[in-house]
Design a protein around this ligand. Structure first.
Ligand SMILES: NC(=O)C1=CN([C@@H]2O[C@H](COP(=O)(O)OP(=O)(O)OC[C@H]3O[C@@H](n4cnc5c(N)ncnc54)[C@H](O)[C@@H]3O)[C@@H](O)[C@H]2O)C=CC1
Ligand SMILES: O=C(CO)COP(=O)(O)O
Length: 355
């Protein structure tokens, strides 16, 4: 990165924003982190610790926290936006007057806006008209990144400058940044996997086994890529870190907030209690509703998303739903090899009405 772009700004004072700020600082950049809470900002500046979201991890002292967007964004060549989807547009709108028109703008948020089914990079584009827009997504549990566990991620952008700048700013010996030009697919992968992490947490709490988890994750991948193809994305992207990679980590780890919400539901708490006890954002709760509605509208077959929706919002017991899903139509394993329509036709031709 050139000298004038030596400053990186992170918008958001949560766990992921804090972890990313620390990486850029480890790489020698001058990092400014913007957050709303003045006490938390003061603690980051004084103790180099984020006591609210990452209490057990040291932050690189080269990260300075600010509560004024004008100060946080001054002279910044790269802006990482780590604000939950509900507040994302609002924050970008507030930031707009202070953004350098040529700065690189990257969303790290794995969610969908209800109005218009917009992904966060689309909001960045709409609100700023910027030319250098990207998405960072992958199997990146914030606390593991903060403790410098070896991790990989994806920077996705149509713009080569955005890809290389982010690789330079964040790539290091514990954080490897792979490039993609399928921004939509990478971003959709990050948002969709949260749905299945809730289901996986629920299955674990219900005592379901490893076979079940493997089935759930693999069928989730089939469902995610089916939806993505219907939306115009490249299904091959789902073979990468932002697809299957993120699905594996989020469906397997108690460190995932979405998994934890599912686990709490599986233990018998209701949705409000599960969200309340988490105290942080679990994007999947909102995403499942939006994706389920979109799938119905577009005629995309998504039995897992539909089933989870029924459990979350229609009080169907999770165990009953799991049994019901097992009795759904016998279908194709990999539908890009043998299509679902072919399997259905084979059943019809053989006179088997259960196909
Ligand atoms: N935590 C993780 O392991 C990872 C999170 N992500 C994504 O990063 C995004 C941000 O998440 P985290 O940092 O984890 O969230 P978090 O729940 O740890 O913190 C969210 C932060 O955003 C702030 N915030 C919320 N609404 C705001 C608004 N309207 N204006 C200003 N600040 C606002 C909160 O005060 C808090 O500082 C999420 O969408 C998540 O999908 C992505 C990869 C890993
Ligand atoms: O996206 C994540 C890991 O890649 C974090 O997932 P949660 O939002 O479920 O914690």
């Amino acid at each position: 990165m050139s000298d004038e772009c030596n400053r990186v700004t992170v918008l958001g004072g949560g766990s992921f924003g804090t972890a990313l700020a620390s990486i850029a600082a480890d790489n020698g950049f001058e990092v400014r982190q913007w957050l709303r809470d003045p006490e938390l900002a003061a603690q980051i500046n004084r103790e180099h610790r984020n006591g609210r979201y990452l209490p057990d991890y040291a932050i690189n002292p080269a990260v300075s926290a600010y509560t004024q967007l004008s100060e946080a964004l001054e002279g910044s060549g790269l802006v990482l936006v780590a604000i939950p989807s509900k507040g994302f547009r609002d924050v970008v709108r507030q930031a707009r007057p202070w953004l350098d028109p040529e700065c690189i703008l990257v969303s790290t948020t794995k969610g969908i806006q209800e109005e218009g089914f917009k992904l966060m990079s689309q909001i960045l584009e709409e609100e700023t008209g910027g030319r250098h827009i990207g998405v960072l997504s992958g199997p990146n549990l914030a606390s593991e990144v903060a403790e410098r566990q070896l991790t990989a991620t994806v920077i996705a952008s149509h713009d080569p400058l955005t890809r290389t700048r982010v690789q330079t700013a964040l790539g290091c010996d514990y954080f490897r940044v792979y490039a993609s030009n399928d921004r939509y697919g990478v971003e959709l992968g990050g948002a969709l996997k949260n749905i299945y992490a809730i289901a996986a947490g629920m299955a674990a709490a219900l005592g379901m086994g490893e076979n079940t988890r493997s089935m759930l994750m693999t069928r989730a991948l089939a469902e995610m890529s089916r939806f993505a193809v219907a939306q115009g994305a490249n299904p091959m992207t789902f073979l990468g870190l932002a697809g299957v990679g993120d699905l594996i980590v989020t469906c397997s780890s108690n460190l995932s907030r979405n998994y934890r919400v599912g686990f709490a539901l599986g233990e018998g708490r209701n949705l409000d209690e599960a969200i309340e006890s988490l105290g942080q954002v679990a994007e999947g709760v909102n995403t499942v509703r939006l994706v389920r509605d979109m799938a119905r509208q577009e005629g995309v077959y998504m039995p897992l998303a539909e089933g989870l929706y029924q459990v979350l919002f229609r009080d169907v017991p999770a165990r009953d739903m799991a049994r019901l899903l097992m009795l759904g139509e016998q279908s194709s394993d990999v539908e890009f090899v043998l299509s679902r329509e072919n399997v259905q036709r084979d059943h019809r031709d053989s006179g088997d009405e259960n196909g």
